[in-house]
Design a protein around this ligand. Sequence first.
Ligand SMILES: Nc1ncnc2c1ncn2[C@@H]1O[C@H](COP(=O)(O)OP(=O)(O)OP(=O)(O)O)[C@@H](O)[C@H]1O
Length: 235
Amino acid sequence: MAMEFLEIANLKKSFGSGEARQEVLRGMNFSVKRGEFCVLLGPSGSGKSTLLNIIGGIETPDEGFVSIAGDKLEEMNEKQLTLYRRKHLGYVFQQYNLIPNLNVKENIEVGAYLSDNPLDVEEVISTLGLQDHKYKYPSQLSGGQQQRVSIGRAVVKNPDILMCDEPTGALDYKTSKEILALIEDCNHKYNNTIIMVTHNEAIKAMADHVIKLRDGVVRHNDVNTQKISAYELDW
Ligand SMILES: Nc1ncnc2c1ncn2[C@@H]1O[C@H](COP(=O)(O)OP(=O)(O)OP(=O)(O)O)[C@@H](O)[C@H]1O
């Protein structure tokens, strides 16, 4: 059975009140299958971060729901939400957010400690090409290398969903493609569902599923049957 793994149903969210009230999500609907590489595109202010925060259980919607493998987030209590975040979600941000006084291996181990079925730390280090940098500290690494470590910290948890918020926003062209290729490798190797928010339209060519948001709703929801590899992207 082709199961809809992540379901976003009629999500609404406003901030502020009275004159200042702003409807950020205005009835958003889409669903994502397990293992899909899904790219979310949309102009600044279209509600992408708000949506990620709701999927991450950090914010709650005014209406509608998010369900993961049939479990609705709104029905979880605080403890269940904490477990959900710990067990099911991995995050990669534009800023790497590594712990400065831990080395590469230790930063990745932090992710492993949070999970009850972590991947092997050494295997992840080798998948990410970090063997020669294991004992270095974040300040001794380039931006691309730091982003590899942050992917490692997220992936080692073996999360169902890897949420990537502008993961290449701070990187140059060549390094961006290397990082996208690594995320692609992880998607194939570990079968995580990927939700990637980006401003870079070119990235949609490597995705299975492309969702475009505008003004708090889904404007386009397309399946890409002719995806190309990260290294073939061009922008
Ligand atoms: N906690 C909040 N309180 C008030 N307004 C908020 C809050 N969070 C978001 N907003 C407003 O909601 C709108 C959508 O923000 P959001 O960050 O979701 O958009 P985005 O698509 O992620 O934008 P960007 O691409 O610039 O990150 C913005 O106008 C923002 O000012």
